[in-house]
Design a protein around this ligand. Structure first.
Ligand SMILES: Cc1cc2nc3c(=O)[nH]c(=O)nc-3n(C[C@H](O)[C@H](O)[C@H](O)COP(=O)(O)OP(=O)(O)OC[C@H]3O[C@@H](n4cnc5c(N)ncnc54)[C@H](O)[C@@H]3O)c2cc1C
Ligand code: FES
Length: 277
């Protein structure tokens, strides 16, 4: 069992942080990598990014949004409980080097994925400008942690309840108009990554995105996570999860993500019903 040693709720109780004992993963993982967790024997395999790690304590931190049956089951786990399986580190680490000026753009729970990558670019000696966004102030994640690893931090909310009122792309356009940027890293909802990539294409700035297709085995065997990148089929679990944002087929990714919406809704409703009785 992989014991939970710390649990925090964030963003209006819809997002949960778990620090988990997993010493062998904590000793090996790098920014950009993820784990697959199973709550119990019959649980689904759920991929979550390693948002932080502490090799000395032998722990990794994951931050997840409760969106369906399995993440609702995860939400019931308290400190002292554990995950039956945690497999990783999976995926390719982010290629972090000193480039000059790097802009890190995060939306929603994507900010939890972005944080270790932002810290990596800052530690490598880059000037880091970060732009983070959420639907409203209560849903904004990790503002303090992102501020600590950025030279400049811009905050946006869709409803204007905090920071700039509007989308991260509006602030990004302003940054691109006023700075010579060497790399943009964008992580968040698929439409956000699509529109960030469209914008940076106009400015000819290399852009990395981290994709979240449905995953099953996480080892390149099942094909569940296939995505189309530059007209080639890639498996996000072993070839990614990061790809060149200018080459991703975002519409195809959205279509595959929505393929099981009815079944996911039915499973969640049944889980909620069983849990209330
Ligand atoms: C590499 C990777 C890293 C991720 N990191 C994070 C993270 O750090 N924090 C976070 O909140 N979420 C992350 N996700 C997404 C997370 O895995 C899904 O939200 C979760 O699997 C939903 O499970 P569910 O049973 O609760 O919901 P479901 O009812 O099964 O699904 C709800 C929604 O989640 C999507 N989804 C369902 N199963 C998967 C799956 N196995 N993989 C990807 N998407 C799925 C569906 O398209 C659907 O729209 C990551 C996904 C990937 C692929
Ligand atoms: S999850 Fe099976 S091939 Fe990637």
């Amino acid at each position: 069992m992989f014991k939970i040693v710390k649990r925090e709720t964030m963003a209006d109780d819809t997002v949960v942080l778990n620090e988990i004992e997993a010493p062998r993963i904590a000793a090996k993982a790098s920014p950009g990598q993820f784990v697959i967790l199973k709550a119990n024997e019959t649980g689904e395999r759920i991929p979550l990014t390693i948002s932080d790690l502490d090799p000395e304590r032998g722990t990794i931190t994951v931050i997840y949004m409760v969106v369906g049956k399995s993440t609702a089951l995860f939400q019931t786990l308290a400190v002292g409980d554990g995950y039956q399986d945690v497999i990783g580190p999976l995926g390719k680490p982010t290629d972090i080097e000193k480039l000059g000026k790097v802009v890190c753009v995060g939306g929603g729970t994507g900010v939890a994925v972005l944080f270790p990558i932002t810290r990596g670019f800052k530690d490598a000696g880059n000037e880091v400008i970060s732009i983070i966004g959420a639907r409203n102030k209560d849903l904004l994640l990790l503002e303090d942690k992102m501020e600590a690893v950025s030279d400049q931090l811009h905050v946006c909310t869709d409803d204007g309840s905090y920071g700039h009122k509007g989308f991260v792309t509006e602030v990004l356009k302003d940054v691109l108009d006023n700075h010579k940027v060497d790399l943009v890293v964008a992580i968040g909802p698929v439409p956000m990554m699509k529109f960030v990539s469209r914008l940076t294409y106009e400015y000819n700035v290399k852009t990395l995105v981290s994709l979240n297709p449905i995953m099953i085995d996480g080892t390149g065997m099942c094909g569940g996570c296939r995505v189309s990148v530059g007209d080639k089929t890639k498996f996000a679990c072993v070839d990614g999860p990061e790809f060149d944002g200018h080459k991703v087929d975002y519409d195809g990714l959205m279509q595959r993500l929505n393929a099981y919406t009815q079944e996911e809704k039915a499973a969640y409703e049944q889980y909620c019903k069983l849990h209330q009785t």
